[in-house]
Design a protein around this ligand. Structure first.
Ligand code: C5P
Length: 227
């Protein structure tokens, strides 16, 4: 069997991570959630007063970057790797709405991207990875054997994210979630460095009307064709 690299990119809350995790498990591959890495750096910036509703001290954050260590540790019980910031598990914290509000701004900073991309390339150097993000098929692994580009209507995506946050007990409104999803997509697609675009050779998967099982089966089949 051939060991390959699978890149899954797409808009916010398209369910990339759900399907990527399941696919990685089925193939015995490592799953890497690159969004969690940008989220962890954002959480660091918030904790160190480098970003708030009023200001973003970009130069300050760049000056701090040597002190920001992002890592993953596999959790046997959960069956996937959780994200750590300077040795502390921040898997829960990085999913909250405040982090979601600032993360796309932090992700525009080239110095941040360069570091995280390098780390992502190291994670995937031996292949056998399913990596999800925004620039995996275009920048991180332009030679990935299988590239997927996931889309769904903004309303569907906001509803899914809203349900997820509610389930965790976060108090948010559907409108706020929809607004966040749309503004992140806009910032992510229009930034100068590594904007979110479909790689030419990526397969577009619109999952607006697909169940999780249908998505999984479809993507598993595409993977098996490459292996
Ligand atoms: O995937 P997730 O929604 O958790 O990603 C959060 C944010 O991190 C995205 O909206 C985007 O701004 C940034 N990101 C990125 N490049 C990636 C992954 C995420 O710019 N490869």
């Amino acid at each position: 069997k051939k060991i390959i690299t699978i890149a899954i990119d797409g808009f916010s809350s398209t369910g990339k991570s759900t399907v990527a995790k399941r696919l990685a498990k089925a193939l015995g591959y490592v799953y890497v959630d690159t969004g969690a890495m940008y989220r962890a750096v954002t959480f660091y910036a918030m904790q160190n007063d480098l970003i708030s509703d009023d200001a973003f001290d970009k130069e300050g954050l760049i000056a701090h970057l040597d002190k920001v260590k992002v890592n993953f540790k596999f959790n046997e019980n959960l069956g996937f790797a959780e994200v750590y910031l300077n040795g502390t598990n921040v898997e829960q914290e990085v999913r909250n709405m405040e982090v979601s509000q600032f993360v796309s701004q932090v992700a525009t900073v080239s110095e941040v991207r360069q570091r995280l991309v390098k780390q992502q390339q190291a994670f995937g150097k031996d292949k056998g990875v399913v990596m999800d993000g925004r620039d995996i098929g275009t920048v991180v692994f332009p030679d990935a054997e299988l590239k997927l580009f996931m889309t769904a209507s903004a309303e569907k995506r906001a509803q899914r994210r809203y349900d997820e946050l509610l389930e965790r007990g976060d108090k948010v409104s559907y409108e706020a979630v929809l607004e966040n999803v749309q503004s992140r997509d806009l910032v992510d697609s229009t930034r100068k460095d590594s904007p979110l675009v479909k790689a030419e050779d990526a397969i577009r998967v619109d999952n607006s009307n697909m169940t999780l099982d249908e998505q999984f089966e479809f993507i598993l089949k595409l993977s098996e064709e490459k292996i």
